[in-house]
Design a protein around this ligand. Structure first.
Ligand code: KIV
Ligand code: ZN
Length: 510
């Protein structure tokens, strides 16, 4: 019988550690709901000691999400464990994840502690957490660079202290699959009480090997994989959930393992995480990239037409990937729109559908063919999960190759309309300066990109930006058939995140 592999998702904790990915509380809840729908077994919802906001977000998820275990991260310190417990206490299946570094380099330079002190601290932390709840995970941080005999000893002692999962992190993405697989195998052989705990793995992608290392570990006895949607996370990211799951699913013959993941929800989950974190998915990303199922070469297209399996090892529909079909035009009605949106996984309330239909009609007037991706863009654009203090009402640009661009922007701010004009290095810069005049905030752009959602001159453009405002990094996203409008919407989305999180006050004059 196939062995069940536990899927532990850390998008909301390690994934949120991606530069600029900071999520609001309600956005975290939205992602947690989607992860539960996807079928993950455990959600690491945050690091509660890190900030009161993080603690509250984990608590909210613990209260609302039934099904997966909800986990809070803690260093091996009482205050951290107390905070983690406070946050996960309302969950049906609470888990505390305690960690402490065990590699020589971390012990010597970061913690300035000897092996015996580390061992003692790890055991005490697990015992302390165990007084609260039974489901305790322990991670010897930087395990893959830890002296193996010391690692085996730590694992044995934390299991004796009550750890039910021992997680082996490749913290800096240093391992090579064969070597990491061997480490897991050696743990199964050299730790006498290992059958009392689940072996988990947590791989980072610094050498692009996070998924390969995780799968090598599964092949050698790991029972849990830690991963994130789209592989987001610290530096080069974490092992990607969709790649690990589809690897095991597509190569059942090799792995002989199964998971609870409902793979048809993968694509919509990927889109949601990308939209809410502001981190784009690269087009050639395995499983969820926009080119993942595109066949360009004539020989390939010919092969696919003769028999799909000549060049496709997975069905796009198995991961919920749309087929970029021509779906609707300007004569399509509300019922057709609603039916198509349901098929794409959006169950809108009556008022949301009304709004989506209005935008669909506006789009269909500008654009002859409306594709699934266009519809997703419309719906996701209106699903703004931050309160919209600033909303674009009007935009006018003057300029050309010989004159400095000038922008007039009118925003709805609460109940008032406020207008400002500014010049800039380009039309987008001029618009942003005009917006700054209205908000009284000053955004410094770190990253700016535009991509077209479908092909053709009339395609919807999606602007993604990252900026700093008052020392905080924030992302924003906006869509429109006009790229300047999409850019302004992205900027306002970022400003709305800043204002809704309380880091700015409304300008005095408003
Ligand atoms: O990468 C790492 O080592 C971690 C631990 C906290 C598990 O994220
Ligand atoms: Zn990590």
């Amino acid at each position: 019988m196939k062995k069940q592999i536990i899927v532990f998702d850390t998008t909301l904790r390690d994934g949120e550690q991606s530069p600029g990915a900071s999520l609001q509380r309600n956005e975290k809840l939205e992602i947690a709901q989607q992860l539960a729908k996807l079928g993950v077994d455990a959600i690491e919802a945050g690091f509660p000691i890190a900030s009161p906001d993080d603690l509250e977000a984990v608590k909210l998820i613990s209260k609302k999400i039934k099904g997966p275990a909800i986990c809070g991260l803690a260093r091996s310190l009482k205050a951290d464990i107390d905070a983690a417990y406070k946050a996960v206490k309302p969950a049906n299946r609470p888990r505390i994840h305690v960690f402490l570094a065990t590699s020589k380099i971390h012990m010597q330079y970061k913690l300035k502690k000897a092996e015996e002190e580390i061992l003692k601290q790890a055991v005490e932390a697990v015992k302390y957490a165990k007084r609260y709840i039974s489901d305790i995970e322990f991670s010897p941080e930087d395990a893959s660079r830890t002296e193996p005999n010391f690692l085996f000893n730590v694992i044995e002692k934390v299991i004796d202290a009550g750890a039910t999962t021992v997680n082996i992190p490749d913290t800096v993405g240093y391992s090579i699959p064969e070597e990491f697989g061997r480490l897991i195998y050696n743990i199964t052989r050299r730790v006498p009480n290992i059958n009392k705990a689940v072996i988990s793995v947590h791989c980072h992608n610094d050498l692009g090997l996070a998924v390969a290392n995780s799968l090598a570990a599964v092949k050698n006895g790991a029972g849990q994989v830690e991963c994130t949607i789209n592989g987001i996370g610290e530096r080069a990211g974490n092992a990607s959930l969709e790649e690990i799951v589809m690897g095991m699913d597509t190569r059942k013959d090799f792995f002989d393992k199964k998971t609870h993941i409902k793979t048809r929800h993968i694509y919509e989950t990927s889109r949601m995480v990308s939209r809410l974190t502001g981190i784009n998915v690269q087009p050639n990303k395995a499983i969820v990239g926009s080119n993942a199922f595109a066949h360009e070469a004539g020989i390939h297209q010919d092969g696919i037409l003769k028999r799909r399996t000549t060049y496709e090892i997975m069905k796009p529909s198995d991961v919920g990937f749309g087929e970029t079909k021509l779906v609707l035009g300007k004569h399509s009605g509300r019922h057709a729109l609603s039916a198509r949106l349901k098929k794409l996984g959006y169950n809108l309330k009556e008022n949301e559908l009304k709004k989506a239909f209005e935008r669909f009609k506006q789009l269909a007037d500008k654009k002859k063919n409306v594709y699934d991706e266009d519809l997703s863009a419309i719906v996701e654009d209106q699903m703004v999960s931050v309160p919209e203090l600033y909303r674009l009402e009007y935009l006018h640009i003057e300029g050309g190759t010989q004159s400095e661009p000038k922008a007039t922007v009118k925003l709805r701010v609460k109940t008032k309309s406020v207008e400002a004009t500014a010049s800039g290095d380009g039309p987008v810069d001029a618009c942003y300066k005009a917006v700054d005049k209205i908000t009284g905030l000053r955004g410094k752009l770190l990253d700016y990109s535009i991509r077209s959602i479908t092909s053709g001159k009339d395609a919807i453009g999606e602007a993604s930006i990252k900026l700093t405002v008052k020392g905080r990094v924030v992302t924003g996203r906006g869509t429109s058939t006009d790229v300047i409008e999409a850019s302004v919407k992205a900027y306002l989305n970022a400003m709305n995140k800043i204002t809704s999180s309380g880091s700015s006050k409304l300008k005095q004059c408003l």
